[in-house]
Design a protein around this ligand. Structure first.
Ligand code: MG
Length: 370
């Protein structure tokens, strides 16, 4: 079997809000083969840049586009092709946009491998340790406490046992932050988990102070309080408070995660499959396990990410809980022909070969950016 095409498909809502909400657009990757098998992947990065990384032509041995690198290759050779893409993008790659684009391709290659062998991706990753993952409802903070509380209640009413709120307007004012945290805990009751995503708003000492202030509200974790470059700050926080700290969505390399774990001392390692790919995610999860850390996914995009996250988390021993984005974007909510089943607070592994989800042509046609 040979790769015959690698396409980047850019979807975007007609109205984009000025928010840290990546469910508003999507970059799908479609890899075609001469056997008629098609694989799908996704990139949660800058869609236009990821598309350029895929479509770029040959410049020299260390500067090439992913499509040009992959044409004619055997799609089953996932690790070899990861290394080939890495080596052939070295001058402009190594981290960030190029690696994220490679992640989208990597997911599509694993989808092809599963379809070719008639097995779900989880089986190729070593076999399913479980067939479902507990999810938490992942939400943006709303711009009033009342609207945020309504979201929290809706999460519990729809069967979720964990709820996360993140990003603006949270993190800018201590009294306001306390109002949000108190109100959410009251709304979800004592028996459900409450994850707080600070969205990079604090420095290390503010984080330590807030973690103490919020102790009565029993946060499941505090996520990304600091700028992702501040590994030393994460280390200071981890040594100074008992609160579990989660981070990782800004990282897309094994090296970056090793630094966050060892220098930053974080407790919960959040891996976005659409920024790392299966090939790297399995290496990062194994490293995290050796260091005694739990692993979660990061997912604020479509059901391709949801399905990829689910196969990954069901294949690793140190999986903790799964992020499930509930933002109302039609790209996020309606892309899959058969969405991943979320029932009673769990995501259930799709049964078909590969990822087990296929995009809906109508949704692609409606939101396609040409
Ligand atoms: Mg986050």
């Amino acid at each position: 079997m040979k790769i015959t095409d690698v396409e980047a498909i850019y979807l975007r809502l007609p109205e984009i809000q000025q928010r840290t909400d990546s469910s508003q657009d999507a970059l799908l990757v479609k890899v075609s083969t001469d056997a008629g098998i098609t694989g799908w992947g996704e990139v949660d990065g800058c869609p236009a840049v990821a598309r350029a990384v895929i479509e770029a032509g040959y410049s020299h041995t260390q500067v090439n586009g992913l499509r040009a690198i992959l044409l004619g290759e055997d799609p089953l050779a996932t690790a070899r092709l990861w290394n080939k893409m890495y080596a052939s993008t070295l001058y402009y790659g190594r981290s960030g946009a190029a690696i994220q684009a490679m992640a989208g391709v990597d997911i599509a290659l694993w989808d092809i491998k599963g379809k070719a062998l008639g097995k779900p991706v989880v089986e190729l990753l070593g076999g399913a340790l479980r067939d479902r993952m507990r999810v938490y409802s992942s939400n943006m903070f709303q711009f009033s406490v009342e609207d945020t509380v309504a979201r929290a209640r809706q999460a519990i009413d729809t069967g979720h046992t964990g709820v996360k709120f993140g990003w603006e307007p949270f993190g800018r004012d201590e009294a306001m932050d306390l109002r949000y945290v108190e109100a959410i805990r009251r709304a979800i009751g004592d028996d459900n988990d409450f994850m707080l995503d600070v969205g990079l708003a604090w420095d290390a000492k503010t984080t330590i102070r807030r973690a103490r202030l919020f102790e009565p509200y029993r946060l499941f974790w505090i996520e990304e309080p600091l700028h992702p470059d501040d590994y030393a700050g994460y280390g200071k926080v981890s040594r100074s408070c008992l609160q579990h700290i989660a981070a990782g969505e800004q990282e897309c390399t094994v090296v970056g995660f090793e630094r966050l774990i060892d220098e930053g001392g974080i407790d919960i390692v959040q891996i976005d499959l659409t920024r790392c790919g299966f090939t790297q995610a399995m290496r990062i999860a194994a490293y995290a396990q050796r260091r005694g850390r739990k692993v979660c996914n990061h997912n604020f995009t479509t059901d391709i990410n949801t399905a990829a996250s689910l196969h990954f988390l069901c294949a690793i021993e140190n999986a903790l809980v799964m992020e499930y984005c509930v933002e109302p974007s039609e790209i996020s909510q309606r892309l899959a022909k058969q969405p991943v089943t979320i029932r009673d607070g769990y995501a259930h592994l799709p049964e078909g070969p590969g990822l087990g989800v296929e995009p809906n042509d109508e949704v692609i046609a409606k939101y396609l950016v040409r």
